[in-house]
Design a protein around this ligand. Structure first.
Ligand SMILES: C[S@@+](CC[C@H](N)C(=O)[O-])C[C@H]1O[C@@H](n2cnc3c(N)ncnc32)[C@H](O)[C@@H]1O
Length: 314
């Protein structure tokens, strides 16, 4: 099935300005770089790139979390650059950064990243905690932990330990100030028709059932692992309400959890208007009235991957 037809079939009624959405997903996702604050100032970062012909004038997206837009340049491999190996920067979707911004980790806290590989969000959590406190970065697949550990090393992160539990069975209870659950999902928000003209998964309800079961178990566990007064950030890179609002609703129905406003730090408040609210219904299903405090990021509003963010307190 064509990716574009799939989106038309499912989301025409829920995504605002749908024609603009369709136009946006037919373009490439921009590559952005965020200087590693643990190692670098902006000035040093700009200097380190100025030696590259055509890259000497990286456009700074001050508006969006102090990232730089990488121009399309032939014969330049970002991953192969010395600056990448030395951890001068991390290249990550803006929407992923918004999720960490909303989690708002603080220096000295104890934070769990339950599904962490390859570690993009873990790295930003560590930066925001100024390399203090403790992060537990967990990933079920040991082979994916290799990339996770390499990224933590490269970026100079020293406040993080890596574990390899099935998140559903993560040991203990009530021990973390904050938990990030950025778990497995259908990843629809990463699809751009230039790279994925065909839908990379089967469009049937069976496909989603397994994912949903895992997401339900993971969110219950993530909530259980929070201290009293702690905060959970649930995020996905999909538009599917079954994996977003419906999973949050499942948690509300099976715990004392409360939705709180998914708020961005003051630096990023200017983009609040570009972010849509969570859905109050999908098909026949009605969601909790506070579901509009959760957030949906669409690529035609912010030129980045599609994303969903919900913040929950215990
Ligand atoms: C969306 S990715 C996480 C991306 C990561 N947060 C980042 O920003 O780089 C989801 C991850 O969850 C892992 N995963 C899937 N099922 C899991 C489980 N039951 N327990 C822990 N991790 C799991 C996947 O292998 C995958 O690496």
């Amino acid at each position: 099935m064509k990716t574009i037809d799939y989106f038309k079939q499912r989301y025409e009624n829920i995504i605002p300005d749908f024609e603009e959405f369709l136009a946006a997903i037919q373009k490439k996702n921009p590559v952005v770089l965020r200087p590693n604050k643990i190692k670098f100032s902006h000035l040093d970062f700009q200097k380190s790139f100025s030696k590259y012909e055509n890259l000497d004038a990286l456009q700074r997206l001050e508006f969006y979390l102090e990232n730089y837009l990488l121009p399309e340049v032939k014969d330049f491999s970002l991953g192969g650059s010395l600056e990448h190996t030395l951890g001068h920067f991390y290249s990550q979707n803006l929407s992923s950064q918004l999720a960490v911004d909303c989690l708002n980790p603080q220096p000295g806290e104890c934070v769990l990243d339950l599904c962490a590989a390859p570690g993009g969000k873990t790295v930003l959590i560590a930066e925001k905690m100024q390399n203090t406190g403790m992060i537990v970065a967990n990933e079920i697949y040991r082979n994916r932990n290799i990339a996770l550990k390499a990224n933590l090393d490269r970026m100079g992160i020293v406040n993080c330990i890596v574990t390899s539990f099935n998140g559903i069975e993560f040991p203990g209870t009530r021990q973390f100030d904050k938990v990030l659950l950025d778990g497995p999902c259908s990843a629809e928000g990463t699809l751009r028709t230039v790279e994925n003209p065909e839908l990379p998964f089967k469009n049937d309800t069976e496909f989603r059932k397994g994912l949903i079961r895992t997401q339900q178990k993971l969110i219950l566990k993530a909530y259980e692992l929070l201290k009293e007064g702690g905060e959970l950030l649930y995020s996905t890179c999909t538009y599917a309400p079954e994996e977003n609002e419906q999973i949050v609703q499942y948690l509300l129905d099976n715990s004392q959890a409360k939705i709180i406003k998914a708020k961005l730090s003051s630096k990023n408040e200017s983009i609040v208007n570009d972010v849509s609210n969570g859905l109050l219904h999908w098909g026949d299903q009605k969601f909790n009235e506070n579901m509009n405090l959760t957030k949906r990021v669409y690529p035609h509003k912010i030129n980045t991957g599609g994303f969903y963010i919900a913040k929950i307190s215990k």
